[in-house]
Write a new protein. Structure first.
Length: 213
């Protein structure tokens, strides 16, 4: 074998191994599960609170592994849940619409074991947005800031296939009201109205199948 052929073979082998190594860092996951939803206090003439019912949820994740322990990913998560309003002066709650939630999150992961381990427990932190829409005329959809904290585990059944389970808490910021009380600075003086932030909370439990390339 000539030197030129040897160099070409070595170069082709390097390209193949590099591409293979890069490919092993991409993960695509489809999942489904259940979601526990919270509610919101209201200040209206008719209702005092909204309650979002628990629901199923599903979605997809596109991730990229960084080194042995880190990962970044984009996640889309959808849920649809009945939403009921509690009357201001008592009585049974009334269903007013079905709320569709579409979360678009950028997640950062820390894995406790290396890339080739069978079992890979992880912690998750995410930032993104949640699009909320109701199936009721006159109610506009709204996109709000959301974040997520969670954890779970990946189980690699082979180089290209695995399972993933996780639990995730994902509050969505809705608004800030001025009924947080009065706050006074004891050192520099001065008092002002303290705002109170309102979040729509959700906790989901999901399991899915991961393909690794």
């Amino acid at each position: 074998m000539t030197v030129k052929k040897m160099l070409l073979l070595a170069f082709a082998s390097l390209l193949f191994s590099s591409a293979f190594a890069f490919a092993q860092k991409v993960e695509i996951t489809g999942y489904g599960g259940g979601q526990i939803n919270g509610g919101l206090d209201l200040s209206t003439t008719l209702f005092k609170r909204l309650e979002v019912a628990n629901s199923s949820n599903y979605g997809a994740i596109l991730g990229y592994l960084v080194g042995d322990h880190y990962g970044v990913e984009f996640q889309w998560n959808r849920s649809q849940a009945d939403t009921r309003a509690e009357p201001l002066f008592g009585g049974p709650s009334i269903k007013i619409f079905t709320l569709t939630s579409d979360q678009y999150m950028g997640n950062f992961l820390f894995h406790f074991t290396n890339t080739e381990a069978k079992m890979r427990p992880f912690l998750l932190f995410g930032l993104g947005a949640n699009n909320l829409s109701a199936d009721r005329s006159g109610v506009d959809s709204a996109t709000k800031f959301a974040y997520a904290l969670g954890g779970g585990a990946k189980y690699n059944m082979g180089k290209h296939f695995g399972l993933r389970g996780q639990i995730r808490w994902s509050p969505t910021y809705i608004t800030t009201t001025s009924n947080g009380g009065i706050w006074c600075d004891p050192f520099w003086g001065g008092c002002w109205v303290s705002g109170e932030s309102h979040y729509l909370n959700a906790v989901d439990f999901t399991g899915g199948i991961t393909f690794r390339f």
